[in-house]
Design a protein around this ligand. Structure first.
Ligand code: FES
Ligand SMILES: [Fe+2]
Length: 331
């Protein structure tokens, strides 16, 4: 859903669409993070209209003024005291399961969600050495892509296209380098070697600030890690910055991709701090990717299209397809 750091103060909220539901994620007056379905318990009216903001002590419905505390309790309901048997305690906001991992927020809208720690098992602690919770957002961008969301995942999952689509990137991150270390299930990916003398995946090849975690091991200092995390997250880890993507399906042929670049919070004071170096590197790469998957989408629309076989350099897209079909009950 985004970063915990976007909700620093009690009352801060963001609204997100997930699985056709509008969800309000907020920090309540006691400082706890919560997620609520954005619907009034009276006549169902959507409560928060803005995408983000700061609430006062309460959330009031704009229809008949039912009022909720930030922890979801119904605290005001005009004329309902006249209704026999009505008890405000029976009508709190509907809560959705909320979890935090490495400074990121996750919501599950299922009635009986499986515990986050179980669903996210292979990832718990896996990236601890990058110090992700402490990183600060340095840049944010939204892309509107005319392609199915699965093409965004597929494209991110292989670098076979890098020499043709990303000539610049291919000089820094050789597509034959590295290895995949998560190769089945909903979380897939691995690392690539950053080709010396480049120190990072940046336009100049130089590091654009402090290492994300100064305690990071020597090996990690010349590697870049790329993971697809189902259902909607792509995570790119570099020695000196992290960028991640939230993939929001809009229609079968349109996807909003939201991306943020994260840097060490002390980098700002560092003389070598040059976030544009990393931002432009991926701005260029991302736009090359959106362009080619939009062309892919055009071809996929053809009545003659059916998927061709994958090469050995596309084992991650193949594993992703398998997991997707498994989740859909098809294999
Ligand atoms: S619908 Fe919210 S108060 Fe009536
Ligand atoms: Fe690409």
């Amino acid at each position: 859903m985004g970063r915990v750091s976007s909700l620093p103060e009690p009352g801060d909220y963001i609204v997100r669409e997930i699985a056709g539901e509008s969800i309000v994620i907020l920090r309540d007056k006691n400082g706890a993070l919560r997620a609520f379905f954005n619907i009034c318990r009276h006549r169902g009216t959507r409560l928060c209209r803005e995408e983000s903001g700061r609430l006062g002590a309460t959330i009031q419905c704009s229809y008949h003024a039912w009022t909720y505390s930030t922890d979801g309790r119904l605290v005001g309901a005009p004329h309902m005291q006249e209704v026999e048997g009505f008890d405000k305690a029976d009508y709190p906001l509907h809560e959705a399961a909320l979890a935090e991992w490495e400074g990121f927020l996750f919501v599950n809208v299922a009635d009986d969600p499986s515990p986050f720690e179980k669903a996210w098992g292979p990832l718990i602690g896996r990236f601890a050495r990058f110090g992700l919770p402490k990183l600060a957002v340095g840049h944010r961008v939204m892309y509107d892509v005319n392609a199915n969301w699965k093409l965004v995942f597929q494209n991110y999952s292989e670098c076979l296209h890098c020499p043709t689509i990303h000539p610049k990137l291919a000089t820094v991150l050789p597509y034959q380098s590295g290895a995949n270390d998560l190769t089945e299930g909903p979380y897939l990916g691995g690392y690539m070697e950053i080709l010396a003398p480049n120190a990072s995946a940046t336009i100049s090849g130089r590091a654009c600030g402090l290492p994300v975690n100064p305690e990071m091991g020597a090996e990690d200092m010349h590697r870049a890690f790329y993971y697809t995390l189902m259902p909607n997250m792509l995570l790119s880890l570099h020695p000196d910055y992290v960028n991640y993507y939230m993939v929001w399906p809009v229609t079968a042929e349109r996807t909003i991709v939201e991306s943020e670049w994260l840097f060490h919070s002390d980098s700002r004071k560092h003389p070598a701090y040059n976030p544009e170096d990393a931002i432009q590197f991926w701005e260029t790469t991302n736009r090359q990717d959106w362009d080619i998957i939009e062309r892919s989408q055009l071809g996929i629309r053809s009545r003659r299209y059916e998927p061709g076989p994958y090469s050995a350099r596309e084992s991650i897209p193949a594993a992703w397809d398998h997991e997707y079909l498994r989740q859909m009950g098809r294999v």
